[in-house]
Design a protein around this ligand. Structure first.
Ligand SMILES: Cc1cc2nc3c(=O)[nH]c(=O)nc-3n(C[C@H](O)[C@H](O)[C@H](O)COP(=O)(O)OP(=O)(O)OC[C@H]3O[C@@H](n4cnc5c(N)ncnc54)[C@H](O)[C@@H]3O)c2cc1C
Length: 409
């Protein structure tokens, strides 16, 4: 493009495609590149919390997701130490439930919406280096099947994931971080009707997540210090964990069919990187990553895309205003995502303290409190609001007249 792009976005999944979509809708000229061939899957247990679903609804992407046959996850069950919480999933405007779409479906829907909004999209386009001028990032150089291409831009958005090359090329330091706490393995099964939910015991966290094609993903989390042992024979450890922590689910697995191989990772990084600099910004996992146990990465990526687009109302040709907008984005990111980061770290330690069990026991006795607890888990309420009945009209959190666990599997 002559004169260059307003923004080149590197990485075209939830963070990058959503950012490109929103920037194009605000009138920016955007190039979106990804080294993968789309439609494309990636390792993930796919769960999107209600605030992320609400963003998809606001952007007009949710109807196509519903049309794709993605099941609504409208109930939740949680079992730990003899306590059972069960009830309907909370709702919020635009989000009738949570969803766990296949990434080749979700990411492609976002790319399609971005292209429809005017974004130029190139897949199989692998970022090699950044172009600099006068101390600013001013473009990208990437490799395609037909050779190396250079494009100039006022802003380069690194949405290229946890091992971000953009972050490496700009030397974005980790400004706060914590050691890895857990590791995870998951498989996909057909013939299960478990609904969405989790099971916990000391050292184990198990999640069941229905997705497209009548498939249910079962994921098992273990302490990080067991990773070397678990990776020797992950399927055996996966099944043993389900058997010990969720015996009812284990029984169902003996009659179901495992249709996807077991995959997993011990590389559960926890960090906030510097979010921006002259002519560059990091969105999604590139800038902030947290243990996947709380399934917040997709939702966080969508929220960050919205924050960035809301701040980038300035003319990107004005570097002072552009950099100020990027600084506001990073501040919003840190303000919004620090509390969920801390609670995720807590969960990822996989300890079941007597104090937490006491609290959960109290919550389990009240359907209203159970509903609020699930709203806290979804990121719709702060933990400090859980027992605070003055601040909240519970009708806003539930579909009908209040929580009712009749439908829970
Ligand atoms: C086992 C596992 C389970 C998970 N489960 C959940 C869950 O249930 N819910 C949830 O919310 N999150 C989950 N996550 C996390 C979630 O998948 C990520 O947080 C999310 O995908 C981040 O999106 P992103 O767009 O920032 O980055 P990514 O999804 O990592 O996408 C980055 C993109 O950048 C591209 N790219 C990288 N380098 C280059 C380059 N040099 N040139 C061009 N393109 C490049 C890649 O091809 C990729 O498409 C899970 C993760 C794992 C590993």
């Amino acid at each position: 493009m002559s004169g260059g792009w307003d923004a080149v976005v590197v990485g075209a999944r939830v963070a990058g495609a959503a950012t490109a979509l929103l920037l194009a809708r605000s009138g920016h000229r955007v190039l979106l590149i990804d080294r993968a061939a789309f439609p494309s899957d990636t390792a993930s247990t796919l769960y999107i919390h209600q605030p992320g679903v609400a963003k998809l609804a606001e952007w007009g992407v949710l109807p196509a997701l519903l049309d794709s046959g993605c099941p609504a996850l409208d109930t939740i069950g949680y079992e730990v130490g003899g306590v059972r919480l069960a009830g309907p999933a909370p709702v919020m405007p635009g989000a009738p439930a949570a969803f766990a779409p296949r990434r080749r479906v979700l990411d492609q829907l976002l790319v399609d919406a971005a292209v429809k909004a005017g974004v130029e999209f190139a897949d199989r386009a692998n970022l090699q280096e950044l172009v600099h001028s006068d101390g600013r990032v001013t473009g990208v150089r990437f490799r395609t099947a037909s050779g190396v291409r250079t494009e100039h831009a006022r802003l380069v958005v690194g949405a290229d994931g946890m091992r971000s090359r953009v972050a490496r090329l700009v030397d974005a330091p980790v400004e706060s971080g914590d050691p890895r706490a857990s590791c995870v393995y998951y498989t996909g099964w057909t013939g299960l009707s478990t609904g969405f939910g989790f099971h916990e015991s000391p050292g184990n966290w198990i999640v069941r997540i229905p997705t497209h094609d009548d498939l249910t993903l079962i994921s098992t989390y273990f302490p990080q210090d067991r990773f070397t042992e678990i990776r020797q024979d992950p399927f055996r450890h996966h099944l043993a964990a389900v058997r010990a922590t969720a015996p009812g689910l284990y029984q169902q697995l003996t009659e179901a069919e495992q249709v996807e191989p077991i995959i997993g990772t011990g590389d559960q990084q926890n960090y906030f990187r510097r979010g921006h600099g002259p002519g560059w910004v990091l969105v999604g996992d590139a800038g902030h990553h947290l243990d996947t146990i709380s399934a917040r990465g997709i939702t966080n990526a969508l929220l960050q895309a919205a924050f960035l687009a809301e701040e980038l109302t300035v003319d990107p040709a004005d570097p002072v205003r552009l950099d100020a907008a990027l600084a506001r984005f990073t501040r919003r990111r840190d303000e919004a995502l620090t509390e969920p980061y801390q609670s995720t770290l807590e969960l990822a330690r996989l300890t079941v303290t007597p104090a937490r069990l006491r609290m959960l026991r109290e919550i389990a006795e009240s359907p209203a409190l159970t509903g609020r607890y699930f709203a806290v888990v979804a990121g719709m309420l702060g933990i400090d609001e859980l027992f605070d009945d003055e601040d909240l009209d519970d009708d806003e959190l539930f579909d009908d007249d209040g929580p009712d666990d009749d439908d829970v599997c």
